[in-house]
Design a protein around this ligand. Structure first.
Ligand SMILES: Cc1cc2nc3c(=O)[nH]c(=O)nc-3n(C[C@H](O)[C@H](O)[C@H](O)COP(=O)(O)OP(=O)(O)OC[C@H]3O[C@@H](n4cnc5c(N)ncnc54)[C@H](O)[C@@H]3O)c2cc1C
Length: 328
């Protein structure tokens, strides 16, 4: 039986395991299960390669309480930092296994099921983030446009194309900057007038690009529907003053959502659309914790937030369950 089983090898899951090592738990007693073939899937898939990874993302203070902490880094530096943390702590990650069920046992332990194996553990920490399913628009996307509609900028090389980016957060800004660097003709559609969800640097960047004539911004624009003409997406806006437009492809940057069904199936109670968390990231199921983006609520998480949530959760786990030592 493992002392600690962690689901998801992103910043939250990796830092959870590192905190457990610092608390004196042997690496043979810790296991991380990751559904993709490498750790930090969200970072690898959704961050543009040229992105600056900011330490104060979403306005979270760039202050860390536990072992791990990042300053502003490149995407590659961030992945290397997490890679090093796994290696230096001799951590065991099982890749290519997706957790689909967690069963509480009578002895208060849990059995965790993947498509290939099952594992028994005293404590389970869920750190699967919110990007398993990126948010999609509420209108229908014609099947014939499947290869023209994306939710990130890395799955497909987009060059010298006419691209519409839809969204108003930091990802939308970063996608626009990246696509422009790659020689694309980019338009950004946002449903509001002001970009309050974007950090200052990202706002400044898109406004400068707009001034230079490199980016068109359609403020207060709401898409009504998508159709196809000659294999390309045609966007029809709700606003009558905006004529329908044809693009080579569309990139949606609409964020992600809590995997509600997965969590509810574990009997975790919810408060509206958010899982109820007790102090220090424990769910309403004893011994079952949620950290990282999953615990960040409507504001959304960041990498340093994920690290801090792991540190707080570990303190609780040590005090209440595993009787390990962690600096308070
Ligand atoms: C485009 C973009 C730009 C961003 N820029 C920044 C930035 O500059 N600075 C910053 O601090 N933050 C940034 N963020 C936010 C940051 O990436 C997240 O806050 C952080 O990754 C959250 O870490 P996490 O470990 O909670 O979740 P994730 O990083 O999402 O990791 C979850 C892991 O769990 C795995 N997983 C999912 N489901 C299962 C399952 N059922 N079984 C097993 N494994 C599973 C996934 O494959 C993944 O590896 C950005 C996010 C995006 C999308």
């Amino acid at each position: 039986m493992f002392d600690l089983l962690i689901i998801g090898a992103g910043p939250a899951g990796i830092s959870m395991a590192v905190e457990a090592r610092k608390a004196g738990i042997d690496s043979s007693k810790i296991i991380i299960i990751e559904k993709s073939e490498e750790h930090s899937y969200t970072i690898r898939k959704y961050y543009p390669d040229s992105k600056l990874v900011t330490a104060n993302y979403k306005g979270h203070e760039a202050k860390c309480f536990g072992v791990l902490c990042i300053s502003d880094l490149t995407k590659q530096e961030t992945i290397s930092y997490l890679d090093k943390a796994l290696k230096e702590n001799n951590l065991n990650v099982v890749y290519n296994e997706t957790v689909w069920k967690i069963h509480p046992n009578e002895d208060k332990s849990f059995t965790v099921y993947t498509q290939k194996n099952n594992y028994k553990a005293k404590i389970v920490v869920i750190a699967i983030g919110i990007f398993g399913k990126p948010n999609k628009p509420d209108y229908k996307i014609p099947l014939s446009l499947k290869n023209k509609v994306f939710y990130d900028v890395n799955s497909f090389e987009i060059r010298n194309s006419k691209v519409l980016v839809v969204g108003g957060g930091d990802s939308a800004s970063e996608y626009c900057q990246y696509l422009i660097q790659n020689g694309n003709d980019v338009t950004l559609s946002y449903r509001r007038e002001n970009f309050n969800r974007m950090n200052e640097i990202n706002q400044k960047s898109i406004f400068e690009l707009e001034k230079l004539g490199k980016l068109k911004i359609l403020r207060n624009s709401n898409i009504n529907s998508l159709t196809e003409a000659g294999g390309k997406p045609v966007v029809i806006f709700k606003e009558q003053e905006l004529a329908s437009k044809t693009y080579d492809c569309i990139v949606y940057a609409l964020g992600g959502t809590t995997p509600e069904n997965f969590l509810k199936a574990l009997s975790i109670e919810f408060d509206g659309s958010m899982p109820k968390l007790k102090e220090n990231y424990e769910t309403t199921v004893e011994g079952l914790f949620l950290i990282g983006d999953l615990s960040a609520g409507a504001k959304g998480g960041s990498i340093n937030y994920a690290f801090n949530s792991a540190n707080q959760a570990m303190k609780n786990i040590c005090q209440k369950y595993l009787y390990c030592k962690i600096d308070v």
